[in-house]
Write a protein that binds this ligand. Sequence first.
Ligand code: ADP
Ligand code: MG
Length: 344
Amino acid sequence: MMVKKEKVELENFEEQIVEEMDEVDKEVVVVKSKGELKITDLPGVGAATAEKLEIVGYTDLMSIAVASPRELIEATGMTEPAVKKLIAVARNSLDMGFESGEELLRRRAKVFKVTTGCKAFDAMLGGGIESGSITETYAQYGGGKTQLAHALCVNMLKQDETAIAVYIDTEGTFRPERIEQFAKGVGLDASDALRRIKVARAFNADHQMLLAEKVEDLIKKQNCNVKLVIVDSLTSHFRAEFIGRGALAERQQKINKHMHVLLKVANVFNLIVYVTNQVMSRPDQFFGDPTEAIGGNIVGHNSTFRVYLRRGKKNSRVAKLVDSPNLPDSECGFYITEEGLKDL
Ligand code: ADP
Ligand code: MG
């Protein structure tokens, strides 16, 4: 009973602060960019161009540094030399050793996708969940976020027999038994699957952030072929630990830092990052679905693909792609079954 009361209070708090969230997020971005370049600091980028870039998903220097010139020309109407200069400056400012356009092309060619197990869901995502970026699902409890996390592990291990999956579990909902069932569904040896999933229970937000930083060590020092990193859930600890208005800016900054670490490993090691997120209800939303993801713009901007999951008819689930840099918003349905996600 006590737990339930606390949960209700927490949700009321989220509702109270929702309008302030956007303001806080603006501050967070300012703090983050101190000493760093902002998009508007790039040559030829004023407020209007920055807005155009933002609309199509280029919200930070990283996204510009890894964009192709053609994409940016389309988005901004700038000339090719101007756009090339833009990319070069963005790359230099990131100090990540980006070189030629050919390198970039080779990088893009390495991007791979893993199936959700459901054809309609994959099609909606342009072929599956993509490497080199962060894919986020948000949903109410029971929406299927954790089931999809388990399914992705198994499907990734099935697709690449040397792959390792990392599962950062913040809610204690990872179930090896579910992995066994999903493995059976795709004809993968269950003990082999379990052996190749590295599960870490994150006990608090700092621990979670540290675990994400350790992924790089796992790859470099322990020679693990990590192809998938799951954080289930991204926001629960932050939500529970940073309570009250005074803590909001710090919470958002920490989430931002955490997601940058995840985005960096996704990019540098060309692996898939899948994160789950909780929802709150917006009191000021009178029409349509009042459900909104936790974490404000910080989470939204750092996730390359955002998918909203909800319950549908006859115990099905509905997945809605709400944000993607290159795909239209659309919806599809699926079932969660004993042995995996299935088409309707
Ligand atoms: P959340 O979005 O909260 O992470 P989950 O991914 O844990 O939600 O989804 C839980 C739901 O998944 C359950 O309510 C149930 O409908 C479904 N589910 C869980 N296990 C099974 C199973 N073995 N067979 C069929 N459906 C299952
Ligand atoms: Mg869950």
